[in-house]
Design a protein around this ligand. Structure first.
Ligand code: HEM
Length: 302
């Protein structure tokens, strides 16, 4: 199964690229939608500290994405030593061009944010327009590296569904990782429960849209991979898909528990209690990304 998906190194690089993409898009959603929804529920210093945490997360995800793109571009040179030939073939292929742009965009996000963290005080750390442009490229590129790009039928809907799926997965799981980090760190803090409650409510507004979108686009994507094309779905691909669905089911189940808590206006969220279940939700989401790294390398049709 792993060999059919390109071998361990290809699967590992795809996993790191998916996790870094989900993390970078999650940091973006956190800064764009979660932090502004907090309003006056947290003080400025805490707000600036959470903005800096999201900036650091986006920075490291950008650097990881640049590194995986370079490694994935270098791979073919190991098997075909003719540098000129391989280089030309890579630059002429859609996947090669997508990896190159992904690498540059990742390096831009990592470098520009590192620069803004080093040069500006916490409260003034806003992302320059170049970072937002690079993040847009990071959001747009994954479908060009997945099955959607070579779909025999309905190619444009495949690319669009895959794009929305990746964006929604970033907003849900990527932002969740930041919420889990903040809340586990706030367990023993003076305003820990108040901060956890405010952050839960703010994140809930994003998750309640992103999670169902992930499910709907995931099902659509599955149909576009296994249902629409001629031929029989490959047992390996459909088996991996079912494994993914089960893992996402557990992730969604834990998430639903958090969502119920967030909608209970009266309840304050105990950072101690939810800290553990948030980490469990993140762990299952990571397992989903491991399975997805094999799924995207496996031929859907036998
Ligand atoms: C925690 C939730 C989920 C996460 C983080 C996630 C993440 C991803 C990622 C990163 C990709 C690759 C996109 C690309 O490279 O363009 C992907 C593809 C896909 N996902 Fe999900 N996903 C989640 C839930 C689901 C669900 C619930 C389903 C089905 C109901 C699903 C079905 C698929 C399918 C069919 C693909 C396309 C694979 C291919 O190109 O062959 N995903 N997912």
């Amino acid at each position: 199964m792993i060999d059919a998906a390109g071998g361990w190194s290809a699967v590992a690089l795809r996993f790191v690229a998916f996790t870094a993409t989900t993390g970078a898009l999650g940091a973006w959603a956190f800064v764009r939608f979660v932090l502004p929804a907090l309003g006056a529920a947290v003080d400025e210093r805490t707000h600036a500290a959470w903005q800096t945490l999201a900036s650091r997360a986006a920075m490291w995800c950008g650097i990881a994405l640049a590194a995986t793109s370079i490694a994935r571009l270098a791979g073919p040179f190991a098997t075909i030593p003719d540098v000129a030939l391989t280089g030309r073939a890579l630059l002429q292929s859609a996947a090669g061009q997508a990896l190159l742009v992904q690498g540059v965009a990742g390096a831009l996000v990592g470098g520009m944010i590192a620069g803004s963290i080093a040069s500006s005080p916490p409260a003034a750390r806003r992302w320059p327009a170049t970072v937002e442009a690079a993040l847009t490229a990071i959001a747009l590129l994954p479908p060009a590296l997945a099955h959607a790009a070579s779909a025999p039928t309905l190619r444009f809907p495949s690319l669009a569904v895959d794009l929305i799926h990746g964006l929604a997965a970033g907003a849900w799981i990527g932002a969740l990782a930041l919420v889990a980090t903040v809340i586990t760190r706030a367990r023993h803090a003076e305003h820990g429960a108040a901060h956890a409650t405010a952050l839960f409510a703010a994140f809930h507004r994003v998750a309640v849209i992103a999670a169902p979108t992930v499910f709907v686009t995931g099902l659509l994507s599955a149909w576009l991979r296994m249902g629409a094309p001629e031929g029989i779905a490959s047992p390996t691909y459909s088996g991996l898909f079912v494994a993914k669905l089960l893992l996402v089911g557990v992730t969604g189940f834990i998430g639903a528990g958090h969502s119920k808590l967030a909608t209970k206006r009266t309840a304050t969220v105990s950072a101690e209690l939810v800290g553990r279940s948030l980490l469990a939700e993140c762990a299952f989401a990571l397992a989903v990304l491991v399975v997805t790294a094999v799924l995207v390398g496996t031929a859907p049709i036998a």
